[in-house]
Design a protein around this ligand. Structure first.
Ligand SMILES: [Zn+2]
Length: 249
């Protein structure tokens, strides 16, 4: 089972890489064939096996011999490991499904937001639907309603922060994707832990933001990856963060 989860995770990671890089360009993810980024040569099935193809080909395209970026290998291996860790922690359970949704969303947003500064709508919608179904099946209607209200509450909170930010900085302070993402965050971990995720994400983003500012003179950064990673960490260490919450409130 452990091995199976690692393999499934690696395949999903590879799939998210495709979605995250192609969907923002309006390319078809299902029927469009995978191509080499440099020479556009259509890849054969044996060139699409996560991790293994990369290693066999020595990290190069078989056709043009251009190097394939290491980030592909990194995403596939991390995805495999994260799926495996989820299985070890949760076993086959409803909690595992929500964990896998958050991990998947993290990987997708890391790919699309760092590359194009875009958070796609469709993964957010699909994630929301899966989380809502799991909440209903696992905890019932009452809990589902509380989760939805939490999601809407966090969405609204982020929207108000954006309005204030826009006024203060006289420019767009937060992207629409970050605000929509907050619905999924509230839905999965609740409103109060969601607020902690917003603050936690800022701290996670700080070193990157400072580096961007000093090294590249950029004052824009993708906030989505930090938001969703913070949320996933909070979900994973739920009890520790609930204790923190009790301490503060
Ligand atoms: Zn090539």
């Amino acid at each position: 089972m452990e091995f199976l989860f690692f393999v499934i995770g690696a395949f999903f990671g590879s799939f998210y890489l495709v979605i995250g890089t192609r969907l923002p360009l309006k390319e078809n993810v299902i029927t469009g064939r995978s191509r080499c980024d440099s020479c556009k040569n259509i890849l054969k099935w044996y060139e699409l096996i996560p991790i293994i193809s990369f290693l066999i080909q020595g990290g190069k395209c078989r056709n043009c011999h251009k190097k394939i970026t290491l980030s592909h290998l990194f995403i596939e291996i991390s995805s495999g490991i994260l799926f495996l860790i989820g299985y070890l922690k949760y076993g086959i359970s409803y909690s595992l499904i929500i964990y896998l949704v958050l991990i998947s969303l993290s990987l997708l947003i890391i790919v699309s937001d760092f590359k194009y500064m875009i958070i796609l709508d469709s993964p957010l919608i699909i994630s929301s639907i899966i989380i809502m179904i799991v909440k209903y099946l696992n905890y019932g209607m009452h809990s589902l309603l509380i989760s939805i209200i939490s999601g809407l509450g966090l969405f609204l909170t982020m929207f108000i922060i954006k309005l204030i930010g826009d006024k203060l900085f006289k420019r767009e302070s937060l992207g629409g994707g970050d605000i929509k993402l907050c619905f999924v965050i509230g839905l999965s971990i609740g409103y109060r832990l969601g607020l902690i995720a917003l603050i936690f994400a800022s701290f996670l983003a700080l070193p990157y933001a400072l580096a961007q500012n000093y090294l590249n003179k950029k004052n824009e950064l993708p906030y989505g990856p930090f938001l969703i990673v913070a949320t996933t960490i909070i979900y994973f260490f739920l009890h520790k963060f609930v204790n923190l919450l009790i301490f503060f409130f």
